[in-house]
Design a protein around this ligand. Structure first.
Ligand SMILES: NC(=O)c1ccc[n+]([C@@H]2O[C@H](COP(=O)([O-])OP(=O)(O)OC[C@H]3O[C@@H](n4cnc5c(N)ncnc54)[C@H](O)[C@@H]3O)[C@@H](O)[C@H]2O)c1
Length: 426
């Protein structure tokens, strides 16, 4: 920790323009009166901007080992400056720093519209943002389809910086009203119909929510001049990767099923609004995400439910289709990073090196739950991509890397389902 110092902060502009200072050619200590320590500044930052900010103070001896140049306290006498500007009442340095932080807080506020926030990934992200950034206002919009659950948002429900609105993102009038009422400046767009199997039978619902819904939001984003439209897409837009070469963000999109086609179509609209109207967009394409509170229709929670209930796990075709699995906590960190450091106009893959066949997932889950393997091969999807492999170097360069091992992620997921069971969805 560095001890007390004088600093020049604010408001010094009035002093610069002051006639009396300009008139007298002289030397002034141009700082605020008083001293402040680094730890006091950090404490002010924590209380005024970010209560979750963590820092570590080091003593002078340790500091010497960290910084080669000698450091000393300084305290400048401001009597001369104060007497030259008697009408200005230059504030004490701690008052000025408080003022800076208060204004900074106003500047860093965000009014985030988070769509699909009662679903799996959206709710994890919404709860994280509400807790982590008390000075952001998070407005969750969700239609509450069969796979969503308002309980997913319980951790945020009573927080002053959170609002939940039940609405359809393709309802243009409602969306306009929400953007206007909540002065939305940031969109994080998770809402979508997400189950590939459903898309073979009910493709229109996918077009309505994933394409028309996205288009409606883009229109509002353009009209209200948002600062960021973060669009959540999927690795499935690349189509299957038979050659095993990890797809970079520049690869051609060749979706093979109505779900991935609707996601690719939505991306095209997002790109077009960026190019034509300069809407500041970022697109993400992630691997399969797993973790607590995922509706039990996706492979891991559905197998878990079947195994626990003593039912057979259905395996499409030969069960050798490969998928990469990303833990939801790591996905949340990627979205947090992109919200703050993502580069406008860019697309980012969010991928891990954690590939398993569907058959292997069934085997691992039976083993962990101590049950004999109980599977049944069923008719495969009309088309089932064999594999998705993506290159996430771009996101790594921005500072993200997954922290949760497969073992740890599965453990947390299984514990959650053992505790909440399928009754969670009623
Ligand atoms: N889960 C994954 O493995 C995965 C992987 C890559 C990308 N994604 C993408 O991430 C996003 C979130 O996925 P998820 O797994 O959390 O999905 P989910 O199905 O759990 O949640 C989607 C949410 O969107 C809501 N929704 C659907 N249509 C809507 C509409 N018209 N208006 C308002 N709300 C609507 C649903 O009610 C639901 O709460 C999706 O865009 C999905 O394509 C998911």
């Amino acid at each position: 920790m560095k001890e007390n110092d004088s600093c020049g902060v604010l408001p010094l502009s009035f002093a610069l323009s002051s006639y009396s200072v300009e008139k007298e050619a002289s030397v002034y200590n141009f700082v605020n009166p008083g001293v402040i320590s680094h730890s006091e500044i950090l404490a002010l930052y924590k209380s005024l901007i970010d209560p979750n900010h963590t820092y570590q103070l080091v003593n002078k001896e340790v500091l010497k080992t960290l910084i080669k140049a000698g450091r000393s306290d300084n305290c400048l006498d401001t009597t001369k400056l104060e007497s030259a500007l008697p009408e200005c009442q230059i504030p004490h340095i701690s008052v000025s720093i408080q003022d800076v932080f208060t204004r900074m807080k106003k500047n860093v506020r965000k009014n985030i519209l988070l769509t699909g926030g009662a679903g799996f990934i959206g709710s994890h992200v919404a709860n994280f943002l509400v807790e982590r950034y008390s000075f952001y206002h998070v407005v969750v919009v969700d239609k509450i389809t069969y796979c969503s659950n308002e309980k997913n948002l319980d951790p945020s429900a009573n927080k002053p910086n959170f609002v939940f609105i039940k609405a359809d993102i393709s309802d243009a009038e409602k969306m306009k009203e929400i953007f206007e009422t909540y002065q939305i400046d940031t969109v994080m767009h998770f809402a979508a119909e997400t189950l590939v199997d459903n898309s073979f039978n009910n493709s229109n619902a996918f077009t309505n929510s994933n394409v028309i819904g996205t288009h409606t939001l883009l229109h509002c984003a353009r009209h209200f001049g948002v600062e960021l439209f973060l669009h959540v897409s999927t690795d499935e837009v690349y189509g299957e990767v038979k050659d095993g070469i990890p797809r970079k963000e520049t690869a051609t999109l060749t979706p093979t099923n109505p779900y991935s086609a609707s996601k690719a179509a939505a991306e095209m609209l997002v790109q077009s609004y960026h190019h034509s109207f300069h809407v500041p967009v970022i697109i993400t394409r992630s691997n399969n995400v797993y973790g607590p509170a995922q509706y039990p229709e996706k492979v891991i929670p559905s197998f878990l439910g079947n195994i626990r209930a003593g039912k057979t796990c259905p395996i499409y075709g030969h069960g050798q289709h490969l998928r990469n699995f990303l833990y939801v906590g790591d996905a949340v960190e990627a979205f947090d990073l992109l919200l703050h450091k993502g580069i406008i106009g860019q697309t980012y893959n969010i991928g891990v090196n954690n590939e398993h066949t569907v058959m292997s997932i069934a085997k691992q889950l039976h083993e962990i739950l101590g049950k004999p393997m109980n599977i049944e091969h069923v008719k495969d999807r009309p088309y089932n991509d064999t594999r998705y492999v993506i290159d996430s170097t771009k996101l790594h360069l921005l500072g993200w890397k997954p922290k949760t091992s497969w073992k740890e992620g599965l453990k947390k997921t299984i514990e959650w389902y053992l505790k909440h069971g399928e009754y969670y969805w009623g």
